[in-house]
Design a protein around this ligand. Structure first.
Ligand code: PRP
Length: 180
């Protein structure tokens, strides 16, 4: 994807569509976790924006932490997930909700699930804003899904291409000139 560009016509989800869906998911989580010992764990970097919007709409007492993982080099999943930061808090007795921006092959999430399970949380659920299930290599059960998406390379709202476009408020399809 050497020559890539963005223009105004390739929006997949607008800021307000995302906001509405985030509110719906947060409302459901607020019902499901009533009385629980909720720890929301964001998977960096891509989930930072979704995570921040989501937790502000969850109407419960909760705590937060992060995991940092990286599997993509440029636009390709390497399948080799590197863990850059692992939460140090004690997870025993915690109802852990993992928050991810996108699940693609599922390799990142499946590695993170293994890591978290070893820490013996009281419960573990997965929340992903975007589900690109066509590309799945490992089966991952997702408890809360924002949107199911086609197999295109997308950026914005936390998602990047070579580190760029994470700050875009909308989710856009990255177009390659090579594909025209
Ligand atoms: C992206 C995304 C997920 C992962 C999904 O992270 O944030 O963590 O890829 O892909 P998979 O299901 O094929 O494993 P990336 O490695 O690009 O790091 P980033 O979050 O720092 O952008």
């Amino acid at each position: 994807m050497a020559n890539t560009f963005l223009n105004g016509s390739n929006i997949l989800f607008t800021q307000s569509e995302i906001e509405q869906r985030v509110n719906e998911i947060a409302a459901q989580i607020s019902i499901d976790y009533r009385g629980a010992n909720l720890l929301v764990v964001g998977i960096l970097k891509g989930a930072f924006m979704f995570f921040a919007d989501l937790i502000r709409k969850i109407n419960l007492e909760l705590t937060i932490d992060f995991i940092a993982a990286q599997s993509y080099i440029k636009d390709a999943s390497t399948g080799n997930v590197r863990l850059l930061y692992d939460p140090l808090v004690d997870l025993s007795g915690k109802d852990v909700l993992l928050v991810e921006d996108i699940i693609d092959t599922g390799l990142t999430m499946s590695k993170i699930i293994d890591i978290i399970k070893k820490k013996s949380p009281h419960s573990l659920k997965i929340c992903a804003l975007l589900d690109k299930s066509e590309r799945r290599v490992v089966d991952v059960g997702i408890d809360y899904i924002g949107f199911k998406i086609p197999n295109s390379f997308i950026v914005g709202y936390g998602l990047d291409y070579e580190g760029r476009y994470r700050n875009l408020p909308d989710i856009k399809v990255l177009v390659s000139e090579d594909n025209d």
